[in-house]
Design a protein around this ligand. Structure first.
Ligand code: NIG
Length: 414
């Protein structure tokens, strides 16, 4: 078994009981060990101890590679829990229209937006789609993402949704070695197809059962919005999905409120994502629930300058995660450091809260208990930053803060 010892690290361990961190106290505790040795054997972290706490000659197996972090921050790799990273084509012409004043939802209503990416995905070959995804995964790794969730949702019809999920599953087979670990989500209710009035019905009675057979227990997602899926249709999809054993996630309160967030929280959804338009009462209910609020600040930055009130959720005792929402329309960004920088400026999070949201809480949202912290037994996905203080992660923006990435115990970059 190969081994790695990172010495003289400022270790941001996030160690503690399993599950998402919540509230101001929980989300500000980074478990920093100021000068630490981190020992990795194979794919796992063995321990994190203060420098000098162990007699190296006795406990470090021979042949272990030693990296001197020279006081730099070592932390868990980023977990990006909400992306649409499998797509084809581009939306640059629509961006021209948007900058000239056409709102995102008007473009969607006119048959563009998500639908234009659906057409491009259907027209692309598997090889083209896989190549685009591979290049995005490499870009993500370079800015420190070691686990990424990827949604279907640009297929819509049963055949094309399953095709997207199979392509994501193919990328997942190489994930964790070549590029970040890939976790698939079935975004079955993303848009309405103007050419297929039976789409909602077919999704519930045909796509969902086929997804259950081929991808049991995969999370099922929908976009509840004007011009996308109605509350009633989302509830029908989610009721059927829950009966079939799927965790639920939902794009909710992005532009308008439909009551979806309250329903999702009452039905123990894994996450409610977006929340830019949520009322204070709804945010309080999210905060009091077991559902993780997944904030997407790169979307506000690119689309319309609106951001979810993450401060209210955390101060209400809730659990917050942050994600890039990487997609060709509302958030062309795959950088978790950028999401962190924006979450602190725009969602009202502290740097520590943003770090927890980008690691441990993101992993918990995806149901991954083996990552998001530097703890004995955890998967050895870790970053050596350029910085000696983790707050620089939030303070600096626009350049990669990552000097090295360790992916499953192997130095993948740096
Ligand atoms: O989360 N809002 C729905 N889905 C994505 C946008 C996808 C797209 O525009 O292609 C989002 O913002």
């Amino acid at each position: 078994v190969s081994g790695l010892l990172i010495t003289n690290a400022r270790a941001v361990t996030l160690a503690g009981p399993p599950g998402a961190r919540r509230g101001r106290a929980g989300m500000n505790d980074l478990g920093v060990v100021p000068r630490a040795d981190i020992l990795v054997m194979g794919q796992r972290i063995v321990d994190v101890v203060p420098v000098g706490a162990r007699s190296r000659s006795r406990t470090i197996p021979p042949g272990v590679r030693i990296i001197d972090a020279e006081g730099r921050v070592v932390m868990p790799g980023f977990v990006d829990p909400h992306t649409h990273a499998l797509w084809a084509g581009d939306r640059l012409d629509e961006w021209d229209a948007k900058r000239a004043g056409t709102p995102y939802l008007d473009i969607l209503k006119a048959g563009g937006g998500i639908m234009s990416t659906v057409r491009a995905v259907r027209a692309a070959t598997d090889a083209q789609l896989a190549a685009g995804l591979a290049s995005r995964l490499a870009t993500m790794l370079a800015s420190g993402t070691t686990t990424v969730e990827i949604k279907s949702g640009y297929g819509l019809s049963p055949e094309h949704e399953l095709r997207m999920l199979r392509l994501i599953a193919a990328a997942a087979r190489e994930g964790g070695q070549l590029w970040p670990t890939v976790i698939a989500t079935a975004l079955l209710g993303h848009a309405l197809d103007p050419d297929d009035p039976t789409l909602v019905e077919r999704t519930i009675t045909d796509t969902l059962p086929r997804v259950t057979r081929e991808f049991p227990r995969i999370a099922v997602d929908a976009f509840c919005e004007d011009g996308a899926w109605s509350l009633a249709d989302c509830v029908r999809l989610f009721d059927a999905a829950r009966r079939a054993g799927h965790p639920i996630r939902v794009h909710t309160d992005q532009f308008t409120t439909k009551g979806m967030t309250d329903w999702a929280v009452e039905h123990a959804a894994a996450s409610v994502d977006h929340l830019e338009a949520s009322s204070r009462e709804t945010l309080a209910r999210v905060a009091a629930s077991s559902t993780v609020a997944c904030l997407l600040p790169c979307t506000g930055f690119h689309t319309d300058g609106r951001y979810a009130d993450g401060r209210a959720i955390i101060d209400g005792g809730g659990a917050v995660a942050i994600a890039t929402n990487c997609n060709p329309g509302s958030s062309p960004c795959s950088s978790m450091p950028m999401a962190i920088a924006l979450a602190v400026r725009k969602n009202g999070l502290s740097p520590a809260e943003a770090i927890v949201g980008a690691t441990r809480n993101a992993a918990a949202l995806l149901g991954l208990g083996d990552r998001g912290g530097l703890e004995p037994g955890a998967r050895a996905d870790l970053l050596i930053l350029r910085h000696e203080n983790e707050r620089e992660l939030a303070h600096e923006f626009g350049a990669s803060p990552v000097d090295a990435v360790v992916l499953g115990g192997r130095v993948a970059l740096g």
